[in-house]
Design a protein around this ligand. Structure first.
Ligand code: NI
Ligand code: MN
Length: 225
């Protein structure tokens, strides 16, 4: 499994030959100007919730690639009206896709589209690939619901928001890492806007002091599991 960071909360995940994009917010992110969205491959686009900073490029990429949008029922219905293929889910439900099992799990946040229309309830994704398992938390507060995840899935990596203000910050992400029983964390949802700027070295040190590993990727850089 290869995971590429495209800035903010945008990720590319490659499982064997299948390309998955998560929350593409690239064309409107000045920090991601080196990412060429016209060349991003996508068989599936996973969308955690409907906020602008998670969906801005969903329509264009889905129409170009024919990717299937996977999200909650309301978000998938929104894109189906635009002629985009979707796979609707809802909280607690899982589905076996060609690349692995996906479960849509709880997130504590909000989820309206930029025009104010209803975007369902926000979520995150647990993905059980053929060899590696990951958790993409989406925008969320720390929540006891996270303790449910390790009852069923042994995680190899957790992708957690760390920017604070709109989501968990560093201290709560460390507690989340305990709740999900995964000490290997890729941080996201930080530095994009003034409200969510963080001190990278301080964040990494706080994780290190708890015997945890916080990775912060440069845009377009990737890790392999
Ligand atoms: Ni949000
Ligand atoms: Mn967000």
């Amino acid at each position: 499994m290869k995971i590429t960071f495209y800035g903010h909360a945008s990720l590319g995940i490659q499982v064997d030959d299948v390309h998955i994009l998560v929350d593409p917010f690239i064309s409107a992110n000045p920090k991601a100007s080196d990412v060429d969205i016209d060349n991003l491959k996508a068989d599936y686009i996973l969308v955690t919730h409907a906020h602008q900073d998670h969906i801005v490029d969903v329509e264009a990429i889905a129409k170009r690639t024919g990717a299937v949008v996977v999200s909650n029922f309301e978000i998938v219905s929104y894109y189906e009206k635009l002629g985009i293929e979707g796979h609707p889910m809802n909280h607690g439900g899982k589905w076996d896709f060609e690349f692995g099992m996906v479960k849509y799990v709880n997130a504590i946040h909000t989820s309206s589209f930029p025009d104010g229309s209803y975007g369902g309830q926000p979520g995150g994704f647990v993905i059980e690939g053929e060899r590696k398992n990951i958790y993409i938390a989406g925008d969320t507060a720390l929540t006891y619901d996270m303790k449910l995840i390790p009852l069923q899935t042994k995680l190899d990596l957790a992708i957690l928001p760390i920017g604070d203000n709109f989501t968990m910050g560093i201290d709560d992400a460390i507690l989340a890492s305990d709740f999900i029983q995964c000490d290997k964390v890729l941080g996201y949802h930080y530095d994009t806007f003034g409200y969510i700027e963080i001190d990278h070295e301080d964040a990494k040190r706080k994780f290190f002091e708890k015997d945890k590993d916080l990775m912060l990727l440069e845009i377009n850089h990737f890790i392999e599991l």
